[in-house]
Design a protein around this ligand. Sequence first.
Ligand SMILES: Cc1cc2nc3c(=O)[nH]c(=O)nc-3n(C[C@H](O)[C@H](O)[C@H](O)COP(=O)(O)O)c2cc1C
Length: 352
Amino acid sequence: MKNYDAWNIEPLRDMGDRHALYLNLIQWAILAPNSHNVQPWRFVIRARDHEIVLYVAKEGILPASDIIGRQAHISVGCALENLAQAAAYYGMTIVPHITHTEDKETCVRIVCSDPSAHAEEHDGVSLDSMRQRRVNRGKFDTARNLPEALIQSFHTYAQAGGLIFDSIRDIPTRLAIAQFQEQAEKYVLAHDAFRKELGNYFLPNATEEGRGMPGNTFGLGDETSLRVHRALQQEGPFDPDLANGMAVSARDAMKHSPLIGIISIEEDMPFYWIQAGRVLQRNLLEAERYGASTSIHAALIEVNFFNKLLRLRLKRSARPTVLFRAGFCTEERPHAPRAPIEGVVTVEKDRV
Ligand SMILES: Cc1cc2nc3c(=O)[nH]c(=O)nc-3n(C[C@H](O)[C@H](O)[C@H](O)COP(=O)(O)O)c2cc1C
């Protein structure tokens, strides 16, 4: 289906046309994970100025689940990291300048160097990892630990980004987090506005939409996906069995993970949210390189009460801002769709 075309991207062979090159970088960027698959990013190409400007789209900030826009900023950080890694593949370096204006608009001006003839010597992320990655919300094999070198990389990338990383591997803490997760899911699902908003993005499997999460990415068949999609959108009380089922499956997925990674930040501000997104995506891509699967969970991060519990358990003063699981999957999951690139890119014509 057309809404999955974005995943068929190929690297450019000829890097001579700067406009085509920047467009290609953006095509890699939009494969990034993002909250509810809203894709809260907009890009402006200023090829003559060697710049791409990346905006956190205000319409991509979900009013019920992302009141202050933290999740949208983290998502944009993930896209920025993909863009940086694709640029590195072409032997380019990028310098991002993040600004947050008084009317709460965040924009990243990305200054790009020219591509280098030595691009093939690049030893970072392979573009294949970006193309292969997808969230896997299923259970992971708890008997198969992650390689120590990978876990070490998670810490190293967080440190390099100026952030704090905790890797939770001990069973009591994993179980405690799994219990928190179940309660946090139930808490958010009990809120009408949250549930309806989720219903707009939780989609039937055969959807032709470019944004949102088809039920098969949650391991659900066609009928159940449609039923959950409708039930979430309905007025009135939510079927308690469905709410329970969703919360329990989130808990069990958490339980069945050899590692839970938590990225914490010193200040709860847009700059750090974007930085947390970059570190998150760098870690997810590294996991992919090792053949490991990952998924991201926001409920514990966004509900203040649970965030405080997490902080207490971690014995940290810094704020946990991203929580992800990593492990070797027991079941493959499909990609999620992407909206057409034309809708998210503007070219400043007078500058080209
Ligand atoms: C900041 C952020 C928060 C997310 N929160 C959740 C979450 O709470 N639960 C969940 O199942 N997936 C979560 N995700 C995963 C997204 O739903 C997923 O990235 C999106 O649907 C696109 O799918 P893909 O990553 O497989 O391409 C989150 C992703 C990001 C970047």
